[in-house]
Design a protein around this ligand. Structure first.
Ligand code: 6LW
Length: 491
């Protein structure tokens, strides 16, 4: 069947995948959001369902006041002898750690820390040995792909950290994964930075310690020369074998808006590109080393795409996320109503405001929600980070209420429009298009247009950082707010 890229839409960067008992499992980065490291399941590599998150307890990850795009970076998931391992970096404390579980639908362990630096850690289980690989520094201070052997039961290093590859010469050598396939150890990595110059490169050796010989056709996968093409920034991937024995690279990329000086605001998403091993044991990927809109995979199934998200058809502990560790007493979540209790902490703070969000997964669509609040401000935020967000809200003023559209772009915090309301209850509406958002409010029978704001200012190119737009429900100002009839519908 033909599948379309991306296979997972919205801000789910740095995918890593493993196979266990006929099912595939995938994890992604989560940065300052909690719970951390979204976990997906698939039986065909094309249809992915989020089944949970790996970091669900405060004791597993320190996120207090973690900066936006700090916190939890790229994870790797591996399965060995009945046990799943997820290894990642908490950049807010600069430490690599892994957790494990024997029940992929259950809780994961507390963290085991590893004394090797760098980001993007990975594990290789090979012939009774476990290797830990990151883009770290060796014992002599040399940076590059760095490896040590560890005792997987304690995290203790069994060898010094050794430099094993310097990459093909691109900047930001990261995302190493090692595979033992046939006679060779393949070391795949990303270079070029996670932007328009991103790429996947690899090398191979007959020994896990090298010396590694770089593939002469590196980069094996990149869209950096496809100016104007919608899919950009492809890189950071993991190799996987499909149920029918075809190789694929599951990797990140993004969908750009505009042809000249393009930008992207939905974050980095999950793409899948076929890889082909030649008789010489080297592999190529995609369409002449690039990722296209669609590919073929053996199998007769349909690629599903969820187009409607409501309180009733999503799971608050799976699909939704908080900013840092939430103050749980401020959230009452049920399938027909969300009640939020606002505090002094606002969504402009690097903290944990009362905020619960779900990723914007497509460019075209609409958001509606009835919001009722008593003495502060409550509404919907198109949230990139604390400095870049558009908010439509009901707020108290004088003896009454008004509907507001607030644009926050860097240091500019602007109230675009304020309309008096007949009560503290109104229906907030957002229309999403690739180039921007249109905001309106319904006060009983009266419809008020509040304005328009460009998606460009919520993009990674403007905001910087590694995240994407989240549709957040928030309350602030020591109030009580009720949200009902929430619906996101994509076209
Ligand atoms: C991640 C690095 C990268 O750790 O971006 O795309 C960093 N690559 O490998 C943050 O997602």
């Amino acid at each position: 069947m033909i599948y379309q890229n991306p296979v997972v839409r919205g801000f789910y960067p740095d995918p890593s995948v493993c196979c266990a008992d006929g099912k595939y499992y995938m994890v992604c980065s989560s940065f300052q959001y909690f719970p951390g490291v979204p976990l997906f399941e698939s039986s065909d590599l094309v249809n992915w369902k989020q089944i949970g998150n790996c970091l669900t307890r405060k004791s597993q990850v320190m996120l207090e006041k973690a900066g936006s795009s700090a916190g939890v970076y790229a994870p790797t998931i591996r399965y060995h002898q009945g046990r799943f391992y997820m290894v990642t970096t908490n950049t807010s404390v600069n430490r690599n750690f892994y957790i494990c579980t024997d029940d992929i639908h259950g809780e994961w362990s507390d963290p085991v820390f590893i004394d090797q630096d760098g980001i993007d850690p990975s594990l290789l289980f090979d012939d009774g040995h476990v290797y830990f690989i990151s883009n770290g520094t060796d014992e002599n201070g040399r940076e590059g792909i760095t490896q040590c052997e560890i005792d997987i039961s304690t995290g203790q290093k069994l060898t010094p950290s050794r430099h094993i590859w310097a990459g093909s010469g691109g900047r930001y050598l990261e995302s190493p994964h090692m595979y033992h396939i046939g006679d060779y150890y393949y070391l795949m990595a990303a270079e070029g930075g996670t932007e328009y110059g991103h790429m996947i490169t690899y090398a191979r050796s007959k020994s896990v310690w090298g010396p590694f010989e770089g593939y002469s056709g590196n980069p094996v996968l990149t869209n950096r020369n496809l100016g104007g093409f919608r899919i950009q920034g492809v890189g950071h991937g993991d190799l996987v074998l499909s149920p029918s024995g075809e190789w694929f690279i599951i990797h990140l990329g993004f969908r750009q808006t505009d042809r000249w000086m393009p930008y992207h605001h939905l974050g980095r998403e999950v793409f899948m590109t076929p890889a082909f091993f030649g008789d010489d044991g080297w592999f190529t990927a995609g369409t002449n080393g690039t990722t296209a809109e669609e590919y073929e995979i053996t199998g007769s199934f349909v690629q599903q795409r969820k187009q409607v998200y409501t309180f009733g058809n999503t799971d608050f502990s799976v699909d939704w996320c908080y900013l840092r560790h939430p103050h749980t007493e401020n959230y009452e979540l049920s399938s027909d109503m969300v009640v939020l209790h606002g505090t002094d902490i606002t969504i402009d703070d690097v903290d944990s405001p009362t905020f619960i969000g779900i990723r914007q997964t497509d460019m075209n669509g609409s958001i509606v929600c009835m919001v009722s609040e008593d003495s502060g401000e409550a509404g919907i935020s198109l949230y990139m980070d604390e400095n870049q967000h558009y908010d439509i809200a009901v707020r108290s003023c004088g003896n009454g209420h008004e509907a507001v559209l607030k644009l926050n772009i860097g240091d500019i915090k602007h109230v675009q429009c304020a309309v008096p309301l007949s009560s503290g209850c109104a229906e907030l509406c957002v229309n999403m298009s690739p180039l921007g958002y249109t905001f309106s409010v319904k006060d009983g029978e009266n419809l008020h247009e509040l304005g328009y704001a460009q998606s460009k200012y919520l993009s990674s190119e403007v905001a910087s950082g590694f995240t994407g737009v989240i549709i957040g429900l928030y309350a602030q100002g020591n109030n009580r707010a009720e949200f009902t009839g929430f619906k996101v519908k994509y076209e």
